[in-house]
Ligand binder design. Structure first.
Ligand code: PAF
Length: 281
């Protein structure tokens, strides 16, 4: 595995790999890597000849009151995990190189980014899409892999690739879960022991929705009520949102007659957890 820091070096290396006829797979991350990230790497490896993982804690996708400075960083550990997984290139640029001081161009999506997490994290998806577009231009991948856990992000990246004509296949990998159902996330490291014990209640509530759906319930209002009642059973949760939206457009639905995304964000103490399931009629 080689480690590259400079975006320019990464870009020329990527162009050389393409010139050699290699199919380039890409997994963008913010580090603090875990098994969930490695499941994305495994998919990239299956689909491509060579795999690039980027580790960059992107300052412009964090709000002023969010956890940019405390976000877990462990580059040595991340490199060891990538090396063991057979990653070919570990790309870890600095914020100064990614964003020159007079940087002034951004990617803005103005429909699908408005709801769900976007409604509570103003500017977040502008930051995400901007850095992903930059990374796509630097890494020049044929395939990029994103996790279903960040469903809105994955849908937005697909939309960006379509609308801005990036010749890149966007693959979405299933959410990796701990044995008790908690979706894997770098932010789980923030949870206290007591919080960690109740955290699986988020997925458990989503599973109750799925059960009601399987029994034939199609009303989004009723399915939403099932979720909220179950979330309310965990006193420690502060629900930020629980929405049922069309899985492709992210517009809210009244009746689930097409694949629908049930997405939620809850606070457990100061930690924000997100999770989702897809209902397939
Ligand atoms: O999902 C993440 O880790 C980040 O949002 C991403 C896609 C690496 C962009 O910074």
């Amino acid at each position: 595995m080689i480690r590259i820091v400079s975006p320019l070096h990464m870009q020329s290396h990527a162009l050389e790999m393409r010139r050699q006829g290699l199919k380039v797979g890409f997994v963008p991350t913010m580090g603090a890597l875990h098994q969930g990230h490695m499941s994305l790497v495994k998919i990239a490896r299956k689909l491509c000849d060579t795999v690039v993982v980027s580790v960059f804690v992107n300052p412009i996708q964090f709000g002023p009151k969010e956890d940019y400075s405390s976000y877990p960083r462990n580059q040595e550990g991340d490199m060891a995990i990538c090396e063991a997984e057979g990653v070919d290139v570990f790309f870890a640029p600095t914020a100064d190189e990614m964003y020159p001081r007079d940087y002034s161009v951004h990617v803005v999506e103005d429909r699908m980014s408005m709801g769900l997490c976007g409604a509570f994290r103003p500017g977040h998806f502008r930051g995400v899409l901007t850095v992903v577009a930059k990374l796509f231009n630097i890494v020049q991948p044929h395939v990029a892999v994103f996790g279903q856990k960040d469903a809105q992000q994955a849908r937005l990246v697909k939309r960006m690739a379509r609308d801005l004509n990036f010749p890149i296949e966007i693959a979405v990998a299933p959410t990796c879960r701990e044995a008790d159902g908690l979706a894997m996330s770098s932010r789980n490291a923030y949870l206290s022991e007591a919080e960690r014990r109740v955290a699986p209640g988020l997925y458990a509530a989503l599973k109750r929705v799925e059960e009601a759906f399987r029994r034939g319930e199609r009303s989004a209002a009723i399915l939403r009520k099932v979720a909220l009642e179950n979330l309310a059973e965990v006193r420690e949760f502060r629900v930020e949102y629980l929405e049922i939206v069309d899985d492709e457009t992210l517009e809210s639905v009244e009746t689930v007659s097409r694949p629908a995304l049930v997405a939620a964000a809850v606070y457990l103490g100061r930690t924000r957890l997100i999770d989702n399931i897809v209902l397939e009629p």
